[in-house]
Design a protein around this ligand. Structure first.
Ligand SMILES: [Zn+2]
Length: 217
């Protein structure tokens, strides 16, 4: 082995040691959000780096996870969070339920992701053409237990001035995201993390045609 290869090996070992000493979620909430948005930018631009998807990463994570972000997203097959934010194993803690609503179970899971695992940003991610919001807007009878999924979306639909208006679905989707963000902020555990600058909760909508995630203010 040449000196160059040996040095490269030592540098790699050093980098790995540094990674262990400073977990990937030892960053600020703003840095975590920036990391997500940069990942989505790579995805939209066709410049994905597909990080953290090696078997070495899988084995390393078996010892424990330190995701830097958490999500409340829809179950929709067109919204795979890791892919559209260009992340890999152990990066994002994701709760998915049709209509991305903060039910007790979802809130509890997200409290675990933030308070125990240390995720620094929690994103409620709605998406264009959401079937759950669409069905709530339509208000027709649905089979099985589906109504239980639609009930928490009703307040977002009730906020609409005109349910038949063009753009009513998009508006209901955005309303729903904002309401779920507000609901998560009611969690004493999550709000104490926000006060300590250890967490940020944001709302966003995913554009199915363009692949772009836009933050809601
Ligand atoms: Zn959906």
């Amino acid at each position: 082995m040449g000196a160059g290869a040996l040095t490269a090996g030592l540098v790699r070992t050093g980098a790995m040691a540094a990674e262990t000493a400073s977990p990937q979620n030892s960053i600020t909430p703003d840095e975590a959000l920036k990391k997500l948005m940069e990942g989505n930018k790579r995805f939209v631009g066709g410049e994905t780096i597909m990080p953290n998807r090696s078997m070495a990463r899988v084995r390393e994570l078996a010892k424990g996870q330190k995701p830097f972000a958490a999500f409340l997203s829809c179950a929709d097959s067109r919204v795979p969070v890791e892919i559209l934010f260009d992340q890999g194993f152990g990066d994002v803690f994701v709760c998915r339920v049709a209509g991305n609503t903060a039910t007790a179970e979802e809130t509890g899971s997200l409290e675990f992701g933030a308070a125990v695992l240390g995720a620094k940003v929690l994103m409620v991610l709605g998406h264009e053409y959401c079937g759950a919001v669409k069905a709530t807007l339509a208000g027709k009878e649905v089979p099985g237990s589906i109504q239980a999924v639609l009930d928490p979306i009703k307040p977002a639909v009730a906020m609409l001035k005109d349910k038949k208006a063009k753009g009513a679905l998009d508006e209901a989707i955005a309303n729903n995201v904002k309401l779920q963000v507000a609901k998560l902020k009611e969690s004493p555990l999550l709000s104490s993390l926000i006060k300590e600058d250890k967490l940020k909760i944001v709302g966003a909508v995913y554009d199915l045609d363009e692949g772009k995630v836009t933050l809601l203010t």
